[in-house]
Ligand binder design. Sequence first.
Ligand code: CTP
Length: 132
Amino acid sequence: MKRVITFGTFDVFHIGHVNMLLRAAELGDHLTVGVSSDELNFSKKQRYPVYRQEHRMGIVQSLACVDNVFVEESLELKGEYIKQYEADVLVMGDDWAGKFDYWGDLCEVVYLPRTAEVSTTDIIQSIREDLG
Ligand code: CTP
């Protein structure tokens, strides 16, 4: 059994998230997704996600390609999560290219290309402009 793990916020769920999760799942037999907590997002971006963490987790868990979800509480715990979920492959979007090579001694590290021209930040911005 080849186990894959990936991480993300998955706020205002969109096609880029779907594509990433489908392709991550294809790299193994079992996909675990670490969904970053509301507090972790606040500490990174000084704003809370639009969808709270239980809802973001529920959306990700509902996908047929996802086997398991958990809350990612801290960026510093990546290694612990990789071990805990017995991941053979860590998958990240190529916006993170090179940044996770450090974990290469624990598992294979794969960067997948992002879907062009869609991001949560842009969607929030365009809603703001349309309604503002
Ligand atoms: N992702 C992707 N293609 C996109 C957007 C996201 O492949 N167009 C991937 C990211 O690389 C990551 C996962 O989806 O592996 C979760 O991304 P996340 O950061 O939650 O979404 P973004 O839309 O990038 O959010 P933001 O704009 O807030 O950074």
